[in-house]
Design a protein around this ligand. Structure first.
Ligand code: PLP
Length: 231
């Protein structure tokens, strides 16, 4: 069943790219495996799915240590500074950097381990006060403050759009994040890459791709519904 779901999502990605005149190779599918067992991940590895997203540090580390093949782990959830040390050499990309305080901690721990940590700046385009992320206005100044950290590489932007009944309602959010990425990119800031746009989840990834997403984070659409009660 997971294989069929994966193929179905990939086909929808391909069609969204076609509608937008984009090359499907530009879009990376991150399978969001939070709360799901390692056996599900092993099944998808057999289908050559190599990018996985987790929103909790402990769960990412556990799966990282037990998975049978090296895959790429994306930390997509809120990151507390006291957990940075566990993740900095394990996540291929941290999607959720939204403060200088957090970036300083990442710099410190990445330096200790002599790694360069790739990050995205999380932007709260929807301006929901329940969500993490900097405002559009703050994004640029945060980037300016982080750009010269020797053990951090800024790769782009990420947002979490609200859950809506009709994904069209999130189109303006994706469009705004893409525009922000282009605006920052046009400044040609030293040491800053603005090539990754992480946006779109099960409910709205096709719209996100039409609006320029280069990474989509799909959980339910691949693994089925999550049951938080049996955790
Ligand atoms: C859980 C989660 C997803 C995936 O959500 P689905 O609706 O199951 O696709 C994507 N991004 C983040 C940050 C998440 O926490």
């Amino acid at each position: 069943m997971l294989k069929e779901n994966l193929l179905d999502v990939k086909e929808k990605i391909r069609m969204a790219c076609e509608r937008a005149g984009r090359n499907p190779d530009e879009v990376t599918l991150i399978a969001v495996s939070k709360t799901k067992p390692l056996s599900d991940i092993e099944e998808l590895i057999l289908c050559e799915q190599m990018e996985y997203g987790e929103n909790k540090v402990q769960e990412l580390v556990d799966k990282y240590e037990h998975v049978s093949k090296p895959v790429n782990w994306h930390l997509i959830g809120h990151l507390q500074t006291n957990k940075v040390k566990y993740i900095v050499d394990k996540a291929c990309l941290i999607h959720s950097v939204d403060s200088l305080h957090l970036a300083k901690e990442i710099e410190k721990e990445a330096a200790k381990k002599s790694v360069i940590c790739k990050i995205l700046i999380q932007v709260n385009i929807a301006k929901e006060d329940t969500k993490f992320g900097v405002s559009e206005e703050e994004a640029c100044s945060l980037i300016e403050q982080i750009k010269d950290f020797p053990h951090i590489q800024i790769e782009g932007l990420m947002t979490i759009a609200p859950f809506v009944d009709n994904p069209e309602k999130n189109r303006h959010i994706f469009r705004n994040l893409h525009q922000l990425l282009l605006d920052i990119k046009s400044k040609n800031i030293d040491n800053v890459n603005m090539n990754v746009l992480s946006m779109g989840m099960t409910n709205d990834y096709e719209v996100a791709i039409e609006e320029g997403a280069t990474m989509v984070r799909v959980g339910t659409g691949i693994f089925g519904a999550r049951n938080y009660n049996i955790e």
